[in-house]
Design a protein around this ligand. Structure first.
Ligand code: FAD
Length: 276
């Protein structure tokens, strides 16, 4: 096992004052694990540009290590540069840089900029100020031309200046270790941290997973379908995801990045079960 696995937690920007209050409580509760950083997502197409930035800057002012997610979205270079300078001036030094997706209905017309181009842009304008995280897909990005091409384009993100990667979530531990082997064959030696999605509401998870290309194993789907109440599903989810994390850490994964959906308990239960 890695001696000190790197822990991080992802949030999304809430839309209401109640959501903001809940987020602060969640963040406070998760600080017990001394995470490397918290990250905050960027709505599809840049739709949460201001809220993401405001939350990130405010959290940094409170002394929290925070990594805003960023994509070109619908923005031009000047808008993006203004945002990067705001982050730099706020002493934010980590960004999760993505191509992003377009909000539904805009996909056909919008011009998406590949993440490698965004990384090159950030490096060109801000040199080595930011630690740049990128996305990686052990089960391969749904639009990828092929398994190998997706790894080829991941390598391009590192060549453009990325420092490490956070993965899409997955429930098949072999997909991660096979992916790492293939990445190493391509000469990628940067840390690739597995993304962990706790299982809370299985119906929602199954729907979301269909869109983002994360596979839910057949045995797990069948087992979940045999339960009629949420508490039983939650217990099985905790057992399954804790075992996944154990295997990842025992196999040498450099850390765990939790998709919290702004709730502390699911990640906390897993980390306590892992004796963190
Ligand atoms: P890229 O690395 O650009 O890859 C996108 C696709 O294009 C892949 O299929 C790749 O194989 C292909 N490709 C790359 N370069 C080329 C090229 N030069 N020529 C041809 N094909 C190419 N989405 C959001 O909107 N907001 C978020 O905050 C957000 N956070 C995320 C955090 C994590 C950890 C992860 C894993 C995903 C996140 N996403 C987010 C989702 C992500 O934006 C989508 O999966 C998006 O479709 C791809 O983004 P990317 O950065 O991986 O893109």
């Amino acid at each position: 096992m890695t001696s000190t696995p790197r822990i991080s937690f992802e949030f999304f920007p809430p839309k209401t004052p109640e959501g903001c209050a809940k987020l602060l409580k969640t963040r406070a509760a998760l600080q017990q694990f001394h995470p490397d950083f918290f990250s905050i997502t960027y709505g599809a197409g840049g739709s949460t540009r201001n809220t993401t930035a405001e939350i990130a800057i405010e959290e940094r002012r409170r002394g929290i290590s925070i990594a805003p997610h960023l994509s070109f979205g619908c923005d031009d270079e000047t808008t993006l540069l203004t945002l990067l300078n705001r982050y730099k001036n706020a002493n934010i030094n980590r960004i999760v840089a993505l191509r992003g997706d377009m909000p539904s209905g805009m996909g056909a017309t919008a011009q998406l900029v590949y993440a490698s181009e965004l990384i090159a842009f950030i490096r060109h304008h801000t040199d080595s100020h930011f630690h740049l995280e990128v996305a990686a897909y052990p089960e391969i990005h749904p639009e990828a031309e092929s398994y190998i091409k997706d790894i080829h384009f991941l390598k391009r993100k590192f060549e453009a200046g990325a420092n490490s990667a956070l993965t899409q979530y997955f429930y098949n531990v072999d997909s991660y270790f096979y992916f790492l082997d293939q990445c190493q064959k391509f000469g990628i030696d940067a840390p690739i941290i597995p993304g962990i999605m706790p299982i809370v509401n299985f119906t929602n998870l199954a729907r979301f997973s269909r869109n983002c290309g994360a596979e839910i194993p057949r045995w797990l789907q069948l087992r979940m379908k045999s339960y009629s109440n949420l508490e039983d599903m939650r217990k099985l989810g905790l057992e399954v995801v804790t075992t996944l994390c154990q295997r990842l850490l025992q196999g040498g994964a450099p850390g765990l990045h939790f998709y919290t959906l702004n709730a502390a308990k699911p990640s906390t239960d897993i980390l306590h079960a892992l004796s963190f």
